[in-house]
Design a protein around this ligand. Structure first.
Ligand code: HEC
Length: 126
C-alpha cells in the first residue's frame, strides 16, 4: 500500500513539474512568437493591398508597423544578450528589404523581396 501511495505521489509531482516547465518555455517564446505573428499579419495586409491594388490607410499602418516591429527582432529573440552575428545580419537584411514607402505599383515586387528576407532567416533559425 505504501509503495502504491509513493508511486502515485511521484507521478503527481512529475506531472506538476512537467506542466511548470512547459509553461515556462511557452512564456519565454511568447514575445518572439507574438512579434512574428503580428509581422505576418502586417505582411498579409500588404499582400492583400497589392493584389487588390488598393493601398489605403490600413496598408500604410501595416507597413509602418512592420517596419517598427522589425527593429525589435533581435531583442525579442535574444533579450539582453547580443544576437548571433548571422542572425543580426538576416534581421538587418530584412529591414532593408521592407519598402520605405507605400507604392502600390511596385508593392507586389517589393513584398517578394521582403518575403525572401523572412524566409532566409527562418531557414536557419526557426
Ligand atoms: C532574423 C531572423 C528572422 C527574420 C528576419 C524573420 N523571422 Fe520570423 N521567426 C524567426 C524565429 C527565430 C522564429 C521562431 C520563434 C519561436 O518559436 O520562438 C520565427 C517564427 C516566425 C513565425 C511563427 C511564429 C509562431 O507562432 O510560432 C512567423 C509567422 C514568422 N516568424 C513570420 C515572419 C515574417 C512575416 C517575417 C518577415 C516580415 C519574419 N518572420 C522574419 C526569425 C526571423
Amino acid at each position: 500500500m505504501r509503495h502504491v501511495l509513493l508511486f502515485v505521489l511521484g507521478l503527481a509531482i512529475g506531472a506538476i513539474a512537467t506542466a511548470n516547465i512547459v509553461g515556462a518555455l511557452r512564456q519565454r517564446d511568447a514575445y518572439p512568437r507574438g512579434l512574428m505573428n503580428v509581422m505576418q499579419h502586417d505582411a498579409g495586409v500588404l499582400h492583400q493591398a497589392a493584389r487588390s491594388n488598393r493601398c489605403d490607410a490600413a496598408a500604410t499602418v501595416a507597413l509602418d508597423q512592420l517596419r517598427s516591429l522589425s527593429a525589435g527582432i533581435e531583442t525579442a529573440v535574444y533579450g539582453t544578450d547580443p544576437a548571433d552575428p548571422p542572425f543580426a545580419e538576416y534581421a538587418q537584411k530584412m529591414r532593408t528589404a521592407i519598402p520605405s514607402t507605400l507604392d502600390c505599383k511596385s508593392l507586389a515586387a517589393d513584398l517578394r523581396n521582403t518575403d525572401a528576407a523572412c524566409d532566409a532567416c527562418h531557414r536557419q533559425y526557426r
